[in-house]
Design a protein around this ligand. Sequence first.
Ligand code: ITT
Length: 192
Amino acid sequence: MGASVVYLVTKNAGKVREVEAVLNKYGFSVSPIEARKEELQSDLLEHVAKYAAEQLIGKIPEPFIVEDSGLFINILNGFPGPYSAYVYKTIGTWGILKLMEGAVDRGAKFVCAVALCLNGRVHVFRGEVEGEISIRARGDAGFGFDPIFVPFGYSKTFAEMSIEEKCMISHRAKALQLMVNYLIQVYGVKNV
Ligand code: ITT
């Protein structure tokens, strides 16, 4: 392939920083690109990311990534899930804490689907991290729901971690790691 630039279709600066933190380690630079994404209504993030990527084939340079992610809360039957961006914009972390008031089961997970488009074909990789919704918001690093999510095995929220720490365990880092493994296996990418 020989390309060391990966284009990332997003308007979320937090995602850009994290994708860079992971892919830079493997010799890739990340170039954010703003393009209109077609949003498929689906409960499955993989379908949403794949559909959006397929609609962009031939319109933007390759290889490119479309990433769709969300927070799934057990006691709320997976809400906000695929609607996380909208819920964050409307009720935010405060609203989620309010919905969770008095809840004993605070289990939740972040899920990420990365759709990679290479040579006109789309491949999807999924990553998850399990954890809990905290009682109150803590920390100001990261983005989105980071101040209210405590990954299992840790006492800090994602927003209390450095980007390096978050990217050792995050849903996004796991999906990206699978993508890098795929590039190594199938394409024998030299700079990996
Ligand atoms: P693009 O579509 O432009 O990439 P977006 O923010 O709209 O940006 P999504 O549709 O994938 O992206 O929405 C995911 C939302 O889920 C995001 O806005 C956050 O509120 C939340 N989210 C996803 N990953 C997160 C993370 O690592 N930390 C905190 N919140 C996260």
